[in-house]
Every structure is written in structure tokens, then in C-alpha cells.
Design a protein around this ligand. Structure first.
Ligand SMILES: Cc1ncc(COP(=O)(O)O)c(C=O)c1O
Length: 404
């Protein structure tokens, strides 16, 4: 009799041994992936219902994106911004047009794009609005998630993200998410921007009350304050529209984008704004060696082309309705509440049954990958290429997990 040797335990032990423990991953070691599916080192297949926290909106290894990357790998991959390359303008123009803005500034990670937005807002405050030096204030929301840099964790309200990383960057005012009166009360003559997620992803896919984003837009206009939408997780088709903020008929002064912009292949982030805002930057004031590199731009330009068809937004809206209907039917059967838009859901599991982590572990055993957040919530965000059959399969697995 032959014994089968599984590779997963050894691979998990090696990862544990050789890396800092800044993550607590599910015990799955991925070896290959395609579309909405991944295969682990032991040949087990899983439906990916996390999709890299929306970095994989177009699925794993989308053929058009892979082709664009391959073609660019054969030409030129990196120049730095010391020179211009032939993919740069194509990407920036495409993204600017998708956003309806004059200009784009490409970076790499989401956190870098948020940092870019903060720097631009501060400089705009000093040079355009006329705020006194060093006085600029930016209003942010409680339970925000905008990344992990020292400045960004300075205005996090999550003790895990923040504690022990001070001293903190000043200049941020935190208000409850969705509370327009609190924003109104927090605005001073030194306020340069309001920075918020149109839907708070890490907080558990929290959708703000109806009218909040439109009210925020009005407050920003009245007080000459920039409205900055962090659409890193919510944008680029995830909610059934190109940008989540579109559901409220609102256009921010600056979009902050990342994740899916890199097509699941390379880190690509960007901010998009009009000349009156992004035009404040001068050579030497901001940049990145890798930001806007040829490979990133070739992939990013293809992402923009995919989104310009509207196909992915339409899929997200249509399949999202199916996802939410399926989840709503579980309320009272192990699910306490469901939130979200399009193919994006925060599902509160009955804490009497199990934790979110336990739900995700049991889902993984049944071949569905998802991620917990804040105790009893799990987040579902499948690639937008997921089929109805796959969606129904994942919902059936969740129902089975909740039955115990
Ligand atoms: C809304 C939002 N902003 C910013 C970030 C940070 O992006 P990155 O991890 O690429 O730095 C994230 C990541 O989850 C996010 O969800």
C-alpha cells in the first residue's frame, strides 16, 4: 500500500518558520489558479471568494491581462520616471478618462496612493485654499482602513493596526462613519480634505446611510474642502458600477485606486483628479521608482479597457443580486445580517454558532476561500468572472457550514 504524502503541512511550517508573523493565513497553500478557482499544492481545488481583497476582480490570470503582461515582458519592463516610456501616456489617459478627471498619478500599492492623496490635499490646502503652514486638517472616518504606513495608521481607530507604532502623524480628525453632522462639526477653516471609503471594506463591508455621500459632497463644496474617495477596494467594478460612489450619484475631487488596477498581476495604484488639484505637484516633490513602470502601465491600460466595456460592472450587478438574495435567505439560519453591493458582501455570522475565523476554516475545508474580519463577520468578494453555478455552489457550502 502506498501512503500519500501531503505537501501542505510542510509548506505551512516553512512559511511559519521563515516569515514575520504579521498575518494569520488560512491553512491553504496555493500553487495554481485560473478564473475564480485556485488549486493547492496537494491538488485540491477551491473557489476564491476573497479575490485578493478585490485585487483579482477580473479573476486569476485573465487571458487579456496575461497577454498584455507577456507582450510587455518581451519589450521593456522598467525605466523609472527619469525617462518616459511608450505605455505611460496610454495608461494615464485611459484611466483619467475612465475617472472623468484631467490627470492621473500612478504609484504601486494602495497605501502609497493614499499617501499621495494626503500630500496633494495638504499642498492644495496651503497653495490654493490658503491654509496657514503646518495647519492642514484632514477628516477621516472611524473604523477606516487606508493602509499600513506610519501616517495612515496614525488615523486608524483599530488598536491592532495602530498601537506601538507611534509617534503618530498629526493633522487628522476622526468622526463616526456615516455621520454627516459629525463631519459638519469637525470642519474648520484649516480642513483641506475629507478622506473616506464609499463602502468600508475591512470594517465589514459597511454601506453608509442613504444620502451620506451626497451630503458629504455638498459639505465639501460649501466649505472649499476636497472630497477624496478611497476606492481601492470598492472601485473598478466590485459593486456593480465602476466606482462605488456612483451609486450615490457623487463625483469626488480625487479618486484613490489600487488593487484591481494591477489586474492581479502587478501592484498598480493611482490617484486621479483635475488639474486644479493634482496640478499642485512640481518635479521632485513626490514619486516612486516603480510607480507607472512599463509593465504596470501595460497591464493597467488593459484593466481600463476591460472596464470601459461595462461587462464586469454588469456581471457584478447581476450576479451580486443573486449573491445577496442567497445570503438574505440565510438570515435567521446562522446569519444575523448581510451588507454590501454587487459581488461584495459582509456577512455577520451568529456568534453563538462560531467565529468568523471558524466559518472561514470550515468553508475552506469545503473548498471555498473567504476571509473573516472583526470577530463574527466574513467577507465575500468573488472575482467578477465567477459563474452563477460557482456562486450557487459557494452559497450551498456556506449554508452547510452554518448547519454544522
Ligand atoms: C480601502 C483601502 N485602502 C487602502 C488599502 C491599502 O492597500 P495596500 O494593501 O495595497 O497598501 C486597502 C487594502 O486593503 C483598502 O482596502
Amino acid at each position: 500500500m502506498t501512503t500519500v504524502e501531503f505537501r501542505t503541512p510542510g509548506a505551512l511550517a516553512d512559511a511559519e518558520r521563515w516569515t514575520a508573523h504579521n498575518y494569520h493565513p488560512l491553512p491553504v497553500v496555493v500553487a495554481e489558479a485560473e478564473g475564480a478557482w485556485v488549486t493547492d499544492v496537494d491538488g485540491r481545488r477551491y473557489l476564491d471568494f476573497l479575490a485578493g481583497y478585490s485585487a483579482l476582480n477580473f479573476g486569476h490570470r485573465h487571458p487579456g491581462l496575461i497577454a498584455a503582461a507577456h507582450a510587455q515582458l518581451d519589450r521593456v519592463t522598467l525605466t523609472s520616471r527619469a525617462f518616459v516610456h511608450d505605455q505611460f501616456a496610454t495608461f494615464c489617459r485611459g484611466l483619467a478618462e475612465l475617472c472623468g478627471k484631467d490627470l492621473v498619478l500612478p504609484m504601486n500599492t494602495g497605501a502609497e496612493a493614499v499617501e499621495t492623496a494626503i500630500k496633494v490635499a495638504r499642498k492644495w490646502g496651503y497653495r490654493v485654499k490658503g491654509v496657514a503652514d503646518e495647519r492642514a486638517e484632514i477628516i477621516v472616518a472611524a473604523n477606516n482602513f487606508h493602509g499600513r504606513t506610519t501616517t495612515i495608521v496614525s488615523f486608524s481607530t483599530d488598536p491592532e493596526a495602530r498601537a506601538d507604532f507611534g509617534p503618530y502623524t498629526p493633522g487628522f480628525v476622526v468622526v463616526p462613519y456615516g455621520d454627516l453632522d459629525a463631519v459638519r462639526a469637525a470642519i474648520t477653516p484649516n480642513t483641506v480634505a475629507v478622506l473616506m471609503e464609499p463602502i468600508q471594506g475591512e470594517a465589514g463591508v459597511l454601506v453608509p446611510p442613504a444620502g451620506f455621500l451626497a451630503g458629504l459632497r455638498e459639505l465639501c463644496d460649501t466649505n472649499n474642502v476636497l472630497m477624496i474617495a478611497d476606492e481601492i477596494q470598492s472601485g473598478l467594478g466590485r459593486t456593480g458600477k465602476t466606482f462605488a460612489i456612483e451609486h450615490d450619484g457623487v463625483v469626488p475631487d480625487m479618486y484613490v485606486l489600487g488593487k484591481a488596477l494591477g489586474g492581479g498581476i502587478v501592484p498598480v495604484s493611482a490617484v486621479a483628479a483635475d488639474q486644479a488639484v493634482l496640478g499642485v505637484l512640481r518635479p521632485g516633490e513626490h514619486g516612486s521608482t516603480f510607480g507607472g513602470n512599463p509593465l504596470a502601465c501595460a497591464v493597467g491600460a488593459e484593466v481600463v479597457r476591460l472596464l470601459a466595456t461595462g461587462e464586469f460592472q454588469e456581471r457584478s450587478a447581476r450576479l451580486g443580486a443573486r449573491l445577496h438574495a442567497g445570503l438574505e435567505a440565510m438570515i435567521g439560519h446562522g446569519v444575523v445580517a448581510v451588507r454590501g453591493r454587487g459581488l461584495w458582501a459582509g456577512v455577520d455570522i451568529d456568534p453563538a454558532l462560531m467565529t468568523g475565523r471558524q466559518a472561514c476554516e470550515r468553508l475552506a475545508e469545503r473548498g471555498v476561500l473567504a476571509k473573516d474580519t472583526h470577530g463574527s463577520t466574513i467577507r465575500l468578494a468573488p472575482p467578477l468572472v465567477v459563474t452563477e453555478e460557482d456562486l450557487d455552489h459557494a452559497l450551498a457550502q456556506l449554508a452547510a457550514v452554518l448547519k454544522g
